[in-house]
Design a protein. Structure first.
Ligand code: PLP
Length: 388
């Protein structure tokens, strides 16, 4: 018996697809080439016809370094196949374009990542594709929004500012019974904390920029799904839009993936410590953290997730811009910046605006990175005076 066949994901991320590296190398080669040369026309024709054929053709079509990273991300998400793209937004926009056609209707949950919202509610109008935004916490609201021409339900569970969840299995079952496709942004869940595929989603998108790459030095995206859906996506949106990932970035992702589980566990330890600190602070009106005992959708979170990673948000009592600015400026370890999932802690002002809120509120989103938890708390503590 080969123990690798039954191996856990931590083991697969070290060994999958790496049995026969040239020269006995233990790190995969970076195949930084635009094109590949052939010995004969039959081999060339096979490579042209099928992007999965043994020989690679051209890096917009396939590349060995990219293939290996795709194989590992598919293992992480639990999908048959994966397509890497040049950014998370390239993954999201291509996945959506692979599903919709002129005249269709899309249901999208409130609070999704801003550019995704813009893409669905504004850009798609060019193709006469309409959309309805619904409160994703309520599966009945999703069902009520469906129309005969609805071809897509777009999910992001949880949303990445206020952490609002959807009942993903219930929504995907309903969609499937009506022949509607589902796409979910699973960047928060990073495959290991939550598998969108296991919850019935057709196409799962990731901003690989975040936890998968993990070191804040790569922008990339991934789409995970069945072999059939990913093949079609590859041959159409992938090859025609050409939003590919550079082999060097795929190589960096391979390196990042090796420690994915360790980093997710470590960031959760830090987020839990920060939550324990924030929850009783007099400057804080509300904390949003999926791992909290009093998290509003705790039961649903426990059904769908194995962990939280490092994201946590809080609503400061003071909403004054100058004080918020002073708080962010006086942080010494948390850097002020968007994104998350890397080694370093980040803090960002987030104008939270949901359907049920009469006006936007200034939320501070913290990404707790790999620094020592006590240093992160000391940093927040010294900056809190600015929020009085
Ligand atoms: N989805 C979520 C939840 C994000 O936070 C982001 C980026 O911040 C994206 C998608 C887009 O990813 P990228 O920046 O890699 O295009």
């Amino acid at each position: 018996m080969d123990p690798r066949n039954e191996a856990h994901i931590e083991t697969l991320l070290q060994h999958l697809g790496e049995d026969q590296l040239p020269y006995g190398a233990v790190a995969p080669p970076l195949v930084q080439t635009s094109t590949f040369a052939f010995q004969c026309l039959d081999q060339f024709d096979a490579a042209m016809k099928d992007y999965e054929s043994e020989a690679c053709l051209y890096t917009r079509w396939n590349n060995p370094t990219t293939r290996l990273a795709e194989m590992k991300i598919a293992a992480v998400e639990g999908s048959e196949a994966c397509l890497l793209t040049g950014s998370g937004m390239a993954a999201i926009s291509q996945a959506i374009m692979s599903v919709v056609k002129a005249g269709d209707h899309v249901v999208v949950v409130d609070g999704v990542y801003g550019p995704t919202y813009q893409f669905i509610t504004q850009y798609l109008q060019r193709f006469n594709i309409t959309s309805t935004v619904v409160d994703g916490r309520c599966k009945e609201a999703v069902a009520d929004a469906l129309r005969p021409e609805t071809s897509l339900i777009y999910l992001e569970s949880p949303t990445s500012g206020m952490f609002r969840l959807q009942d993903v299995p219930a929504i995907t079952a309903m969609a499937r019974s009506r022949g509607i496709s589902t796409i979910m942004d699973n960047t928060y869940g990073a495959g290991l904390l939550q598998s969108g595929i296991a919850l019935g989603v057709d196409l799962v998108c990731h901003s690989v920029t975040k936890y998968f790459a993990g070191h804040s030095d790569v922008v990339a995206g991934a789409i995970c799904g069945s072999k059939e859906r990913i093949r079609t996506l590859h041959d159409w949106e992938g090859a025609l839009f050409g939003g590919i990932i550079a082999p060097f970035n795929a190589w960096l992702i391979l390196r990042g993936l090796r420690t994915l589980k360790l980093r997710l566990d470590a960031t959760e330890v830090r987020a839990r410590a920060v939550h324990a600190f924030l929850k009783d602070r007099p400057e804080v009106a509300e904390v949003f953290y999926c791992g909290a005992d009093d998290f509003a959708q705790r039961e649903l979170f426990e059904q769908q997730f194995k962990g939280t990673g490092g994201l946590i948000s809080f609503l400061p009592k003071v909403q004054d811009r100058a004080k918020l600015n002073a708080f962010l400026q006086s942080l010494k370890i948390y850097r002020m910046g968007v994104s998350w999932g890397g080694h370093e802690s980040l803090a960002v002002h987030y104008p939270a605006c949901c359907m049920d809120m009469p006006e936007p509120k200034s939320v501070i989103r913290l990404y707790c990175g790999l620094e020592d938890p006590s240093d992160l708390i000391a940093d927040l503590e010294q900056a809190m005076v600015q929020l009085r």
